[in-house]
Design a protein around this ligand. Structure first.
Ligand code: NAP
Length: 260
């Protein structure tokens, strides 16, 4: 089960215009994979594609798409596989968070988040597995291990993806398909600006996008599974599952209040 053959095969990376997705694209191209890059900001994708092509002599495809609309996932999959191109790896990374009281956050924005964080990765994973893709990396979150007051729908969306991904991975056990569920803790990206949260260099468990990607790819190479990058984050993921739910909720609420 060891190793993973990167060179000369294609990967589709969603959310490749920034943060963790951009780091995935760089790491995969650095290992010789051809990369299909998707996000809404086409200019960024084009710049990155150009850089990766000349640095690593790989092929690239730029697939601009707003994935929050109906039919967007199947549209993206059609573009990615156009002309018989076969995707060996799918990185389901695009996503965003929203911070605020549930009743105060606009419902349509929360629904958009659920489509992007839950429905899109589910649809893409379904299409990819039907097409014979043998590597799937789902970027969930440690927020998926517990309810997070003031990020209620976000934590629920990541709980969905974490559960879906682990269950499908178990269904696939013993086949040649590898599914990685990566659950990052805090990572300084554009996520915080979009979500209305913040991190500092002293934020507990803070990882870089490259560290998150490194952990995910090592897990892929080892045959798949779930990974929480960083010891502090791993400990917190365990504690919230064994501590009483009422206590976890109280502590989470207090911690969220301390983030400005
Ligand atoms: N940063 C963290 O602390 C953290 C922690 C745990 C989990 N995560 C998860 O990691 C993943 C990547 O987040 P990140 O930290 O790298 O955030 P980021 O820097 O904000 O990147 C998010 C990516 O998603 C894309 N995206 C957003 N809305 C989209 C839409 N409607 N259609 C298509 N693409 C869209 C963005 O591209 P465009 O704006 O160009 O469309 C961007 O490329 C997310 O699933 C997030 O939930 C992040």
């Amino acid at each position: 089960m060891g190793g993973w053959s990167y060179a000369g095969r294609w990967a589709l990376v969603t959310g490749a215009s920034a943060g963790i997705g951009e780091a995935f694209a760089r790491a995969l191209a650095g290992r010789g994979m051809h990369v299909a890059l998707s996000a809404r900001r086409e200019d960024r994708l084009r710049e990155l594609a150009e850089e990766l092509r000349s640095a690593h002599s790989v092929e690239t495809a730029v697939l601009p798409a707003d994935l929050s609309g109906p039919g967007a996932a199947s549209g993206l999959w059609s573009m990615a596989t156009a002309g018989g191109r076969s995707m060996s790896l799918l990185v389901n990374n695009a996503g965003f968070g929203l911070r605020g009281e549930f009743t105060e956050l606009p419902l349509d924005r929360q629904q958009e988040m659920l489509r992007l964080n839950c429905a899109v990765p589910m649809e893409l994973m379904h299409l990819a597995l039907a097409a014979g893709t043998t590597g799937i990396i789902n970027v969930a979150s440690i927020a998926g291990y517990q309810p997070v007051p003031t990020m209620a729908a976000y934590s629920a969306s990541k709980a969905f993806l974490l559960t879906l991904s682990e269950a499908v991975a178990e269904e696939m056990r013993g086949t040649s398909t590898r599914i990685v569920t990566v659950n990052p803790g805090p990572v300084a990206t554009e996520f915080q600006r979009v979500a209305g949260t913040s991190v500092t260099r002293r934020t507990l468990g803070l990882r870089t996008p490259e560290q998150v990607v490194g952990a995910a790819l090592r897990t892929l190479e080892a045959g798949g599974g779930t990974v929480v990058p960083g010891l502090t984050n791993r400990l917190s993921a365990v504690v919230v599952r064994v501590a009483p739910r009422s206590l976890v909720l109280k502590v989470a609420k207090k911690m969220m209040k301390s983030f400005r």
